[in-house]
Design a protein around this ligand. Structure first.
Ligand SMILES: *Cc1c(COP(=O)(O)O)cnc(C)c1O
Length: 403
């Protein structure tokens, strides 16, 4: 039985919505993007939502908007996908890596130890879709001693008056960070990724959630950022295409990172069914959990805790006291049965580019611990119970062989 790792969810509703965009005569940023923004806003409870062409470009734009520059520091977890740190480098600042907890997420203690007068922002990541402890993180950045360290150098930083918290919510659209409150509404800024492997996709895309505190006006900010995502051009292509609407101006140094309607159509058809799709992901997650929690060798991933609940994006299994060689051998054996699995993530300090910059995995022992025995199993709505059971058997047999 061939089981791919993460195929996109494409049903007739998705195809019809894309065809509708193609037939409409308008394929780039327009009504479908606006409709997707409204859906994500309603779903997440964020005050404003702006769609762009990727998580990465959205994060770069938000850090540029904040005005980070050379010498500034942005705290990121060592254990994440590299885009989290690469966005900081693209924006011209230095990523300061912090170690994780046993739940895969950045440790709040490690954040505290990493804060200096140069810290301008923190980017916690909801690994696998399980939200970080934002109550603790928001409390930390509001502590008087931490606030007094903060040095504002731009107008937006002065209005912020403390370290900004930008949630890398690439995995966590649909997660609960507190009972009744979804991720996307809990931090100053949260960015969802709509990349092809994520729970909701536009093939490539990102959604920036804005919940900035006063004196910011999130509605005005949405308009400003929308323009910034279109080269700071005063008229978008939609208004310019109207008869007589040719004149425009460039009023700043923007980026060109808008989302196209033809892409938005995919996500729009998916998010309308997202409650059901999430239930299907949960079904797969719980089938795995039921089996693996019976063993004495498996560590099952966090699902629910104090009102927080995962978006069921990745099923991150760990094998107790396994080395990375044993884990690799298990993956090889599982692959022989045509089951595609993955590892989330190779900690950034183990990757050449970051090693050459001086980051050292020895400084991040828990990130290494989480990585060395981790295997991500396929989890998506299309998986049948029979397929899930086949994956479970493949994992169990591989464990017995390798242990
Ligand atoms: C996928 C992912 C990103 C990057 O998203 P893009 O939309 O591809 O730019 C960032 N952070 C994490 C944790 C991711 O998994």
């Amino acid at each position: 039985m061939k089981i791919p790792f993460s195929p996109p969810y494409v049903d007739d509703a998705v195809i019809d919505e894309v065809v509708d965009s193609l037939r409409s005569g308008w394929i780039t940023t327009g009504p479908k993007v606006k409709a997707l923004e409204e859906e994500i806003k309603a779903f997440s409870g964020a005050e404003q939502v702006l769609c762009v062409n990727s998580w990465t470009s959205g994060a770069i734009m938000m850090l540029r908007w904040l005005g980070v520059k050379e010498g500034d520091e942005v705290i990121v977890p060592a254990y994440t996908y590299s885009a989290t740190a690469l966005a900081v480098l693209h924006a011209g600042a230095k990523p300061v890596m912090a170690d994780s907890g046993t739940d895969f997420n950045i440790s709040v203690d490690a954040i505290r130890k990493s804060i200096t007068p140069k810290t301008k922002a923190i980017i916690p990541v909801d690994i696998a879709g399980f939200p970080c402890d934002y109550d603790a993180i928001m409390k930390l950045v509001n502590e008087p001693a931490i606030k007094s360290l903060y040095q504002a150098e731009t107008e937006n930083q002065r209005n912020m008056s403390r370290i900004l918290v930008l949630n890398d919510a690439a995995h966590s659209l649909g997660a609960w960070y507190q009972s009744g409150i979804r991720t996307g509404s809990e931090t100053d800024i949260a960015i969802f990724s709509l990349h092809a492997v994520k729970n909701i996709t536009t093939a490539e895309g990102g959604a920036i959630c804005l919940n900035l505190p006063a004196p910011f006006d999130n509605e005005a900010l949405y308009k400003e950022l929308r323009q910034m995502s279109l080269n700071c051009q005063t008229k978008d292509a939609f208004s310019k295409s109207k008869a007589g609407g040719w004149r425009y101006d460039i009023v700043g140094f923007g980026m060109k990172i808008n989302m196209a309607d033809v892409n938005a159509a995919i996500g729009l058809a998916q998010i309308r069914q997202y409650d059901d799709l999430l239930q299907e992901r949960k079904r797969v997650f719980e089938l795995y959990n039921n089996e693996f929690s019976k063993t004495d060798w498996a560590i099952t991933p966090p699902q629910k805790m104090n009102g927080r609940e995962t978006s069921y994006h990745i099923y991150a299994l760990r094998i107790k006291s396994f080395t990375d060689e044993q884990r690799d051998a298990m993956i090889e054996d599982i692959a022989k049965k045509e089951v595609a699995v993955n590892v989330h993530f190779i900690p950034m300090p183990m990757l050449t580019f970051f090693k050459e910059m001086g980051y050292d995995i020895n400084n991040y022992p828990q990130a290494y611990e989480n990585y060395k025995s981790e295997i991500s199993l396929p989890i998506y709505p299309q998986l049948t119970d029979e397929q899930v059971n086949y994956v479970i058997e493949a994992v169990q047999e591989a464990y017995e062989k390798v242990k």
